[in-house]
Design a protein around this ligand. Structure first.
Ligand code: TYM
Length: 333
């Protein structure tokens, strides 16, 4: 069986980028015969990004509700919260001890933080925590704990999965073949969904469209997507258009082809935005009631997560025992 695994950091409200980049492809993958899927809420990762406990709680509920509303079948998939699996921080330590510091120096998120500080004239490591530096190792442990083959993610996470592969190789080399070498699975059309300002849609750029924004707010947000100043009747470029790219992430190929023709024929930006709103609403609308039901009943979400944790630990707990033997913390054989 093919093992598929992915996680989302619990720091914010799920947005269109999380949905098309990770949640939707992961749910589709989980329905294929012969796949065993592990999907989780990366709440230890959240501590790297925020010290606001309420924000983490709220985000955990919203992200869990999004997976469930998106059609995740918690009976079929192993759906859990990272912090319910104590084997993960233990594996993080094992991997820490086989990971070259130089590799972590090259991680994008860490480098970006250092560069930002230096550009602002501060010490490069000014506000950089050891948590941010170690982020890829924790993520490696998430993936290797369940020996995932495929990791569906947006393009921004590919480097982390390559690092996990490297950790697996180094561990296997030292201690024998314990880990599968994981691979990123990136859907090229949606690998990097742009946000309102045309940059990557991201909580850190404050340019997101929440997946379950109330309809009127969703319409207003979409109206605010950057465009050029071409008027009605003037042909529009699809290349580099955030509006077009978001449409494409939701539409079937035939619809996208129609939308492209409308651009060439000079559709007004107002009409293009209305078309985008309607296309997103067609997909998201039917999920709204389920989402709200879970948001209003956090106890039901908690039950799902705890059952998922039990299931996950049935794999994690014997595996960590094997690894403890392998590294010599417990007698061999
Ligand atoms: P996070 O929480 O930033 O994002 C969750 C998922 O959403 C994808 N994504 C996007 N995809 C396309 N376009 C966008 N604009 C966009 N923005 C976000 C991300 O690529 C990701 O797939 N470190 C991870 C969480 C994590 C993880 C893991 C993932 C922790 N452990 C193990 C996979 C396997 C993160 O912060 O993702």
């Amino acid at each position: 069986t093919l093992r598929v695994l992915t996680g989302i950091t619990t720091t914010g409200t799920p947005h269109l980028g999380n949905y098309v980049g990770a949640i939707r492809p992961a749910i589709r993958a989980s329905r294929a015969a012969g796949t065993d899927s592990f999907y989780f809420l990366a709440d230890y990762h959240a501590l790297i990004k925020t010290d606001d406990p309420q924000r983490i709680q709220r985000s955990t509920l919203e992200i869990a509700a999004t997976w469930l509303a998106g059609g995740l079948d918690a009976e079929r998939v192993t759906f859990y919260r990272q912090s319910d699996i104590p084997e993960i921080p233990e594996l993080t330590w094992f991997l820490t001890c086989v990971t070259g510091k130089g590799i972590l120096n090259r991680a994008h998120a860490y480098k970006a933080a250092m560069d930002r500080n230096a550009a602002a004239g501060a010490e490069p490591d000014n506000d950089v925590t050891a948590g941010l530096f170690m982020y890829p190792v924790l993520m490696g442990a998430d993936i290797l704990m369940f020996n995932a083959h495929k990791v569906p993610v947006g393009r921004d996470q590919v480097q982390h999965i390559e690092m996990a592969r490297d950790m697996a190789q180094r561990f296997n080399h030292a201690y024998g073949e314990h880990f599968v070498l994981p691979e990123a699975a990136v859907e090229e059309d949606v690998a990097l969904l742009p946000g309102l300002d045309g940059r990557k849609m991201s909580k850190s750029y404050d340019n997101t469209i929440p997946l379950f924004a109330p309809r009127e707010q969703m319409r207003k947000l979409i109206a605010g997507i950057v465009t050029d100043s071409r008027g009605p009747g003037e042909p529009k470029d699809t290349e580099g258009s955030a509006l077009f790219q978001i449409y494409q992430a939701f539409a079937e190929p035939a619809e996208t082809a129609d939308f492209r023709r409308a651009f060439e024929a000079g559709i007004s930006w107002a009409d293009a935005k209305q078309a985008l709103f309607e296309r997103i609403d067609r997909e998201v609308g039917p999920m709204r009631a389920t989402y709200q039901r879970y948001i209003d009943d956090p106890a039901s979400v908690e039950r799902v997560l705890l059952a998922g944790a039990q299931k996950a630990r049935r794999t994690a707990s014997p595996f960590i025992a094997t690894l403890r033997h392998a590294v010599g913390l417990r007698p061999l054989g």
